[in-house]
Structure formats: structure tokens, C-alpha cells
Design a protein around this ligand. Structure first.
Ligand code: AMP
Ligand code: GLY
Length: 432
């Protein structure tokens, strides 16, 4: 029996767990810190207090963990992979050096410039006066980004000079982003539809997963403030085979090679955020991990032994792994707490999850912001509470099934977008 530790506590990590459990391989699953949904699916939660990644690595060694899979970016950027490897443990994810591709936008922009990977034109700044001078020269619209990690809030799309100046005040004067804002990227605003390209790699060989599309805004038709993601679907028809080939040749392959040449061999999941501009696909950002909620829509489409795949990425033999992508579509709809992404209440009883999973055979409900109360009843405990994901042969059916599942689940203040994957459906209808 193989023992696996999943690091993280969100819907993405729950989706990774369910994907691992779909193989016939007997597995003993642990999570740190995990969530109630993962626990319900038979995952044991690490109950020891952990102060740093070295301590978690010690725990993994003492508990004979064969493989650790890391979900979120913070442990990766902090060097969890290096801590585990030093102790002789196998872990899926990039090293601290390689995770700079997400942890430092200054690093990733310089990488793209050096290796001619298409992205928005930019410059880097560490002083407000220089940044202002550049801003005056370029004018609005323009995009201002802090270089460091900022929980998805570090890119400010400014449509006027006033907004741009306000962003610089926030970063340099109010220091709202702390040390993440010490270096700032100012770049050209790109126009186009976005897509999330997930690439599994052992540093040399790679596999591209079905391309997905996130829905970042809280409101329908992409209105209102940005969230961590209100839903996703895959495969996204905006990226057809020709475009995917272009992305592979001009972006994926050069990025993997560039990381190797820079001495930061990239192993793990490389998430390339793409904007499909009128001049072709360009990189918006790289992430050093699976996306959330895209993972909940992508993994159900792939048939493989994920234990074998993750291990092969870590050990450098991905080329030997068997793998197939199923036909059909998967749609994941996020259920959030009222008020999210602003302030929201917690502690509302959640019902209907089992009913949702029983409406059709291909529906999964992934936990993110949930907890058990003192009576072991499920309550809300976060902004994004759950994601309902459904697979079907056609996109229209996958959408219908996902929303049938959504209708079964109840908690006070349940908020969700009713237009997840609508963009994809419109595009498919235009094709016929
Ligand atoms: P990032 O943190 O770099 O992923 O950016 C978050 C979001 O901001 C992206 O998903 C885009 O919607 C938007 N964005 C970032 N950079 C640009 C850009 N150069 N042009 C237009 N939109 C952008
Ligand atoms: N869904 C966007 C992200 O995971 O960064």
C-alpha cells in the first residue's frame, strides 16, 4: 500500500485526492491541513502542530509517506520541495528556485524577455518616482503588478491615469502589499480571452492537460470584483488544436527549456495563464501549481494512475507513464458565501451534498471553505465554500448536470454564477 500526503485545504486539493482515488491502486491518504470533504473521503488529517516545512518533512518520514503532492503556491515558494528532498522524500512540485516563476513576477518577466516568450511589454521599478515617470510616458490603460505573492490581488488593471496613480500610492506609500510590492511590474494592457494551460513536467518531458477557462469576477458576464475563481470548464473551445500547437511551440517548450538553462529545472505542474490576443497567444502569468477552481474541471477528464504520474514528474520519468484524456466536457461551479470576495459570515449549516452527488453518476462536490461544528454537522467556513463539478459528453449537458447538483445544495447566503461555461457554449454554437 502506498502512502500519500496532500498539502493544502481547498477544492483543488480535494480534487487531487478524488483523482488519486479513482485508480485501482490501494492508497493510504493523509492531508495537511486538509478539509472536511477530504476527511469524509477517507483521508487522515495530520494532527500534529507543524511550525515549518522541515517539521512536516520529519512527520512524512516518520509516517513512511511515499509521495507528497503540494497544492498551494506559498509552501512551494517557501521551499517545501527542498525541505522534503533534503530528507530523501519524494515530492511533487517545483523547487524553491523554480517556484520563482510564480513567486517573482520580475523573474518571470525577465525570463520571458530573455527567451523571447510572447508576453505584454513591461518594465520593472523599485521606486515610485521612476514608476510615475514611466506611467506618464505610457499613459492608460496600463497594468500594474506587484512582483511578489499577493493572493491573486497583485495585478491591478488600470483604465485611467487616476487609477494607475492610486495603485502606485497603495503599493509604495501605503505599502498595502508589504514586501511583495518592493518591486513593481508595469506592463501593457492586453486584450483578449483568457485560458489556463496546465502542463505536467519532469523538467524535460511534458504533458498538456485539457485547456480550461476560469471565471474570475464575482458577477455574471464578468462583472464586479475579482475573486479566487467562481467556476471553470474544460476543454475550452477558445483554444482549438491549431492554437494549442502554437502555445506548445512558442510558450510551453521554450519555458521548460529556459528554466533548465537557467539552472532551475522545473518539475511539477506549470500553469500558464494565456491571453489570446489578436497577435496570437501571450503569457499573462505563470503559476507554479494547479489552478483553483480549474483543477476541479480538468482532472475528471484525465484517466491515469495519478500516483504514478505525480511520482514520475518528481523522479524524471514522465515519458514512461500511460495516460488518456476522455471525450466530453467538465464544468465546475463554485458556491460562495454572501459578501465574498468582501466580508462574509461563517457558520451557516450546509445541506444537500450527498443528494447533489446522487443526481447523476458523474457529479462530484469538492469542499473548500467548510468545517464541522461541535455536533459534527457541516457548516460554512470560508468565502468559496464548495464546487460542484459535472462531466458529460456534451458541454450543454455538463452545464445542466452541474447546475442540477448546485440546486440540491443549500446554505444561507449561497451565491453562485449562473453563466459558468456560457462563453464556451456560445463559441461551440458558432462553429456549427
Ligand atoms: P495575474 O496576477 O498576473 O494573473 O493577473 C490577474 C488577472 O489580471 C489576469 O487573469 C488578467 O485578467 C488580468 N491581467 C493581468 N495582466 C494583464 C495584462 N497585461 N493585460 C490585461 N489584463 C491583465
Ligand atoms: N484560478 C486562478 C488561480 O488558481 O490562480
Amino acid at each position: 500500500m502506498n502512502s500519500i500526503l496532500i498539502v493544502g485545504a481547498g477544492g483543488r486539493e480535494h480534487a487531487i485526492l478524488k483523482a488519486l482515488l479513482r485508480s485501482d491502486r490501494p492508497l493510504c491518504m493523509y492531508a495537511y491541513p486538509g478539509n472536511p470533504g477530504m476527511e469524509k473521503d477517507g483521508c487522515m488529517l495530520v494532527d500534529k502542530k507543524i511550525n515549518n516545512w522541515d517539521e512536516l518533512a520529519d512527520w512524512a518520514r516518520d509516517n513512511e509517506i511515499d509521495l507528497t503532492v503540494v497544492g498551494p503556491e506559498i509552501p512551494l515558494v517557501e521551499g517545501i520541495v527542498d525541505s522534503f528532498k533534503t530528507k530523501g522524500l519524494t515530492i511533487f512540485g517545483p523547487s524553491k528556485d523554480a517556484a520563482r516563476i510564480e513567486g517573482s513576477k520580475a523573474f518571470s518577466k525577465e525570463l520571458m524577455k530573455k527567451y523571447q516568450i510572447p508576453t505584454a511589454e513591461y518594465d520593472l521599478f523599485s521606486s515610485k518616482s521612476d514608476a510615475l515617470r514611466y506611467l506618464e510616458k505610457k499613459g492608460a490603460p496600463i497594468v500594474i503588478k506587484v512582483s511578489g505573492l499577493a493572493a491573486g490581488k497583485g495585478a491591478i488593471v488600470c483604465n485611467s491615469m487616476e487609477e494607475a496613480k492610486r495603485a502606485l500610492d497603495e503599493i509604495f506609500d501605503a505599502k498595502s502589499f508589504g514586501s511583495a510590492g518592493e518591486t513593481v511590474v508595469i506592463e501593457e494592457k492586453m486584450e483578449g480571452e483568457e485560458a489556463s494551460v496546465f502542463v505536467l513536467t519532469d523538467g524535460k518531458t511534458y504533458r498538456i492537460l485539457p485547456v480550461s477557462q476560469d471565471h474570475k469576477a464575482i458577477g455574471e458576464k464578468d462583472t464586479g470584483p475579482n475573486t479566487g475563481g467562481m467556476g471553470a470548464y474544460a476543454p475550452a473551445p477558445v483554444v482549438d488544436n491549431q492554437l494549442l500547437l502554437e502555445i506548445e511551440q512558442n510558450i510551453v517548450v521554450p519555458t521548460i527549456r529556459a528554466m533548465d538553462q537557467e539552472g532551475s529545472l522545473y518539475k511539477g505542474l506549470l500553469y500558464v495563464g494565456i491571453m489570446i490576443t489578436k497577435d496570437g497567444p501571450r503569457v499573462v502569468e505563470y503559476n507554479c501549481r494547479f489552478g483553483d477552481p480549474e483543477t476541479q474541471a480538468v482532472l475528471p477528464l484525465v484517466s491515469c494512475d495519478w500516483y504514478e504520474v505525480f511520482k514520475a514528474c518528481a523522479l524524471g520519468n514522465l515519458a514512461t507513464v500511460k495516460w488518456s484524456v476522455s471525450s466530453g466536457y467538465c464544468v465546475a461551479v463554485v458556491l460562495a458565501s454572501k459578501g465574498y470576495p468582501g466580508e462574509y459570515e461563517k457558520g451557516k449549516p450546509v445541506t444537500g451534498i450527498e443528494e447533489a452527488e446522487q443526481t447523476k453518476s458523474n457529479i462530484d462536490v469538492y469542499h473548500a471553505g467548510t468545517a464541522f461544528d461541535e455536533n459534527e454537522d457541516l457548516i460554512t467556513n470560508g468565502g468559496r465554500v464548495l464546487a460542484v463539478s459535472a462531466w458529460a459528453e456534451t458541454l450543454i449537458d455538463a452545464i445542466g448536470f452541474a447546475y442540477e447538483g448546485v440546486a440540491e445544495i443549500n446554505f444561507e447566503g449561497k451565491v453562485f454564477r449562473r453563466d459558468i461555461a456560457a462563453k464556451g457554449l456560445t463559441r461551440l454554437k458558432k462553429r456549427v
